[in-house]
Design a protein around this ligand. Structure first.
Ligand code: CDP
Ligand code: MG
Length: 131
């Protein structure tokens, strides 16, 4: 069994997509073992995205995540990290395939509905940070 950190971003929560996204995760056979809907603070969001702190989009990204509550989740299942990344789809809306979450629900890179950890190391780091 593998665990991964998934976050429904503020645009996903605001648009009422949380139920649909949780449903997709559950229908895939994954289990949500922890979840909380809350407003993170700047320190937490900056730490979460610290790998991007020198990128030109960093400030905009952090401010976007601070726009409203997020749904933070720990998701469990075989190969959950890789499979959830596939289900989430590419961050570039032109590359995100229909059938993926971003392919179906996002049309911009700035507001792309959901986050998923990309490795075991980032999962452990992010789960420690958010829970
Ligand atoms: O989220 P993912 O791991 O797929 O992509 P990332 O490259 O780690 O970037 C993290 C997040 O930063 C993306 O999901 C976008 O919300 C944002 N981003 C952006 O706004 N503009 C970019 N050029 C790249 C990323
Ligand atoms: Mg990433």
């Amino acid at each position: 069994m593998e665990n991964t950190f998934i976050m429904i971003k503020p645009d996903g929560v605001k648009r009422g997509l949380a139920g649909e996204l949780i449903s997709r995760i559950e229908k895939k056979g994954f289990k949500i073992v922890q979840a909380k809907l809350f407003q993170p603070d700047r320190t937490l969001v900056e730490e979460h995205y610290k790998e991007h702190k020198d990128k030109p989009f960093f400030d905009k990204l952090v401010n976007y995540i601070l726009e409203g509550p997020v749904m933070a989740m720990e998701v469990e299942g075989e190969a959950a990290i890789e499979i959830m990344r596939k289900m989430i789809g590419d961050k570039d809306p032109k590359l995100a395939k229909p059938g993926t979450i971003r392919g179906d629900f996002a049309n911009t890179m700035n507001k792309n509905v959901i986050h998923g950890s990309d490795s075991i190391e980032s999962t452990n780091r992010e789960l420690d940070l958010w829970f």
